[in-house]
Design a protein around this ligand. Structure first.
Ligand code: KG4
Ligand code: ZN
Length: 336
């Protein structure tokens, strides 16, 4: 089953052609960072206008690289939500038009389900159900129990900043360019993670929720203090990163101990983080837990993961090309 997928929920104009939810024949994404960098964050109006300008070329590029045509495609998958409304509308309108013109079925995917299925891409082995996913991106941080392709439940989530948001805001405090996550990751690799003892959030009782706003604020206070003037940016970055990774790993381990999971997975943009990957892999190895981390290009937003989710959830997410609407607040999980 060959799917053409479109993903425009935020600022990446992405298209992909994927066979059977795993074999990626093409995955293209046009990054808009240069247009948003001077504002220090994504400007929704600019994002939707760039999507309008780029979407047709992205789809044609994906088809051509895959050696496919609209006639050889079995269906069209698209991100329906959650995300920026203007951005989503562009992808959904394009997907409806391609599906209607080609008379192929349309599949409407929840963006977060896309992240959950990213570990299925380009894999010999699929994650076995049930597995536990730590989904950490610019907009979301959640622990997701994946019992089957369509039975997902959120065990814990952040009640303030998402992990990626904390990275981006802290990177800004350190004077790093937007998007700050990858730049902070690189800077941290040259610093001492034990240099500064930033606070680790602990939820009350047996909650698996996360919080990062206190950490971000304490980095700001530290930088404004006398000690902050003496510290190197590398040490601040490494110490901040150590605190984020500690909090994420503590919650992941707590969730893992509460049920019989057959595997663990990382997904979302922050899953590309070197320190998180190292901590995750060494814990899984030490405990003999099968662990799945998508290749970096499938951690951050991409269309291949939307094709994967559409393939595995195809019976639940079929949509009408005449009536499908983008939904910026689409609930996660379960709503197709
Ligand atoms: O999944 P994603 O592309 O978009 C959302 O759905 O939000 O995630 C983007 C987020 C940004 O906050 C970015 O700074 C962060 O992922 N990110 C990283 C790294 N690469 C991307 N954060 C830390 N370390 C990285 N290497
Ligand atoms: Zn995302």
């Amino acid at each position: 089953m060959l799917l053409l997928a479109i993903e425009t929920s935020c600022d990446d104009t992405a298209a992909a052609v994927v066979r059977n939810g795993s074999d990626v024949l093409s995955s293209v994404a046009t990054n808009q960072d240069a247009f948003h960098a001077k504002y220090g964050g994504i400007v929704p109006e600019i994002a939707s206008r760039r999507h309008v300008a780029l979407i047709s070329a992205a789809v044609e590029d994906a088809l051509q690289r895959a050696g496919a045509t609209l006639e050889s495609i079995d269906g069209i998958a698209v991100t329906r939500g959650p995300g920026l409304i203007g951005s989503l509308v562009v992808g959904v309108a394009a997907a409806k038009a391609y599906a209607f013109a080609s008379q192929r079925p349309l599949y409407a995917v929840n963006h977060l389900h896309g992240h959950v299925f990213a570990p299925f891409l380009d894999r010999v082995e699929e994650p076995p159900y049930p597995f536990l996913t730590l989904l950490v991106s610019g907009g979301h941080s959640q622990l997701v129990s994946v019992e089957s392709a369509t039975e997902l439940s959120v065990l814990g989530r952040t009640y303030d900043d998402a992990a990626g948001e904390a990275y981006d805001k802290t990177a800004r405090l350190l004077g790093l360019p937007y998007p700050g996550g990858p730049a902070l990751d690189l800077l941290a690799q040259r610093g001492n993670p034990d240099a500064i003892a930033f606070p680790r959030h602990r939820p009350s009782g047996d909650s698996l929720d996360l919080s990062f706003s206190g950490l971000k604020t304490s980095v700001r206070y530290f930088l404004e203090s006398e000690a902050g003037g003496d510290a190197t940016r590398e040490d601040v970055a490494a110490s901040f990163q150590a605190a984020v990774v500690d909090v994420l790993m503590a919650r992941l381990k707590a969730a893992y101990s509460r049920a019989e999971y057959k595997a663990v997975a990382l997904s979302g943009g922050v899953a590309a983080n070197s320190a998180l990957q190292a901590a995750f892999a060494s814990w899984a190895r030490a405990n003999d837990i099968p662990a799945f981390i998508p290749p970096p290009q499938y951690c951050t937003d991409n269309a291949a993961m939307i094709a994967a989710a559409a393939f595995y959830q195809r019976d639940a997410v079929r949509a009408d090309p005449l009536t499908l609407c983008a939904d910026p607040n689409l609930a996660f999980p379960l709503s197709p």
